[in-house]
Design a protein around this ligand. Structure first.
Ligand code: NAD
Ligand code: IPM
Ligand code: MN
Length: 373
């Protein structure tokens, strides 16, 4: 059978801890489904700087280009940031660089609160309704993250000799960039509850007006999908007031970054939110980049405390979107569901008020999920 070729870039902080558990689970899947999975690990982030002097070493980039997909951990260690120029730091020099290099414009972040974890959701039970189930579709290669100019400059300080600095980030979107991500949102909504809430700031931003116009036009091709527009400030509030109103949330890059962390908390924990970053609309069998939505969690790194589920569910998305192995993806998702209903909890989803819950570490959680495969 075909060999699945995966580049595994664990990165920094909890990255290596959760990657180890994801690979453990992948090996269990390989055995169960008689697959041949070739996993090559390579350094990225501060680990790349330490190993090869760059956040994205040439050999790591080469490996990514030769692989079917990238399984990514997290990068960035704020404590070390002052030691190098901002452009060379891992978030920009590795993560954003890879997203751009592979044109990964469509970022899918599925938030689903398991019924057994309602205690881990910050909202009262009645606000959780019959269940929180939201897909954030985030545009990933445009907007303020990449727009030019992007710089910090010294400007004329006038009569006083004080130095004044001015920082500039530029929000730029073109119609094709908005169209392609809108198509992803409408296509995925068709496989769900057929509702898209498009988030923008059309009351202030030029970008918001264009976003709303283009999304409205694209929506005409999907008459079976309900479209609603919402300003981002209201969207942030509606998420905590009535999260069950949302099916697919379509967001530009930065709004999607912010709202997906907010939504992650509603789903129980940022440590459970996986993501898929894809380069072409809606199809399967494609190059992809799979990573937890959260970061390196320096506050809990190295202590066997991190929840590995976001990384493990990211491998399920990888099997589904890059390899068309939906049964294998479901096996992982069901195994995660089983250990949760069995009561296993890392610290982020543990509550002493639960009867039959057992607090476990990162490795024990990974072992249990691998065993449940
Ligand atoms: P973070 O996501 O690392 O952590 C935020 C909070 O969530 C922390 O309290 C952390 O303990 C918790 N958390 C995150 N993942 C968890 C997990 N798997 N299990 C349990 N708890 C978890 O965000 P931050 O602290 O703002 O950023 C830390 C570093 O990570 C920064 O350098 C940032 O740039 C970087 N970062 C990287 C990525 C990425 O590589 N994809 C994503 C986000 C942040
Ligand atoms: C994420 C992260 C990244 C982002 C950072 C680390 C560059 O927060 O993947 O959500 O802002 O996209
Ligand atoms: Mn983020």
């Amino acid at each position: 059978s075909k060999t699945l070729k995966i580049a595994a870039l664990a990165g920094d902080g909890i990255g290596p801890e959760v990657m180890r558990e994801a690979i453990k689970v992948l090996r269990a899947v390989e055995k169960k489904f008689a697959l041949t999975i070739n996993i090559t690990e390579a350094p990225v982030g501060w680990a790349g700087i330490d190993a090869a002097g760059k956040a994205l070493p040439d050999a790591t980039l080469k490996l990514c280009k030769e692989s079917d997909c990238i399984l990514f951990g997290s990068v960035g260690l704020p404590d070390r940031d002052p030691t190098i120029p901002k452009e060379e730091r891992p978030e920009r020099a590795a993560l954003l660089r890879l997203r751009k290099e592979f044109s990964l414009f469509a970022n899918l972040r599925p938030v689903k609160l398991p019924k057994e974890l309602s205690h881990a959701c910050p909202l009262a039970k009645e606000r959780q309704g019959t269940g929180i189930d939201i897909l954030v579709v985030r545009e990933l290669t445009g907007g303020m993250y990449f727009g030019q100019p992007k710089k910090t400059e010294q400007i004329s300080a006038g009569a006083s000799k004080a130095t004044i600095l001015r920082a500039i980030d530029t929000m730029v979107y073109t119609t094709p960039e908005i169209e392609r991500i809108a198509h992803v949102a409408f296509k995925t909504a068709r496989l769900r509850r057929k509702k898209v809430t498009s988030i923008d700031k059309a009351n202030v931003l030029e970008n918001g007006v264009l976003w709303r116009d283009v999304v409205t036009t694209v929506a005409k091709e999907y008459p079976d999908v309900q479209l609603e527009h919402m300003f981002v400030d209201n969207g942030a509030m509606q998420l905590v007031l009535k999260p069950t109103q949302f099916d697919v949330m379509l967001c530009e890059n930065m709004f999607g970054d912010i709202l997906s962390d907010e939504a992650a908390a509603l789903g129980g924990s940022l440590g459970m939110l996986p993501s898929a970053s894809l380069g072409s609309a809606g199809s399967t069998g494609q190059f992809g980049f799979y990573e937890p939505a959260g970061g390196t969690a320096p506050d809990i790194a190295g202590k066997n405390l991190a929840n590995p589920i976001a990384q493990i569910l990211s491998t399920a998305l990888m099997l589904r979107y890059t390899f068309n192995l939906n049964d294998a993806a479901l096996a992982i998702e069901n195994a995660v569901g089983k250990v949760i209903s069995d009561g296993l909890r890392t610290g982020d989803i543990f509550s002493a008020s639960e009867t039959n819950a057992r607090k476990v570490g990162t490795t024990e959680m990974g072992d249990a999920i691998a065993a449940a495969i």
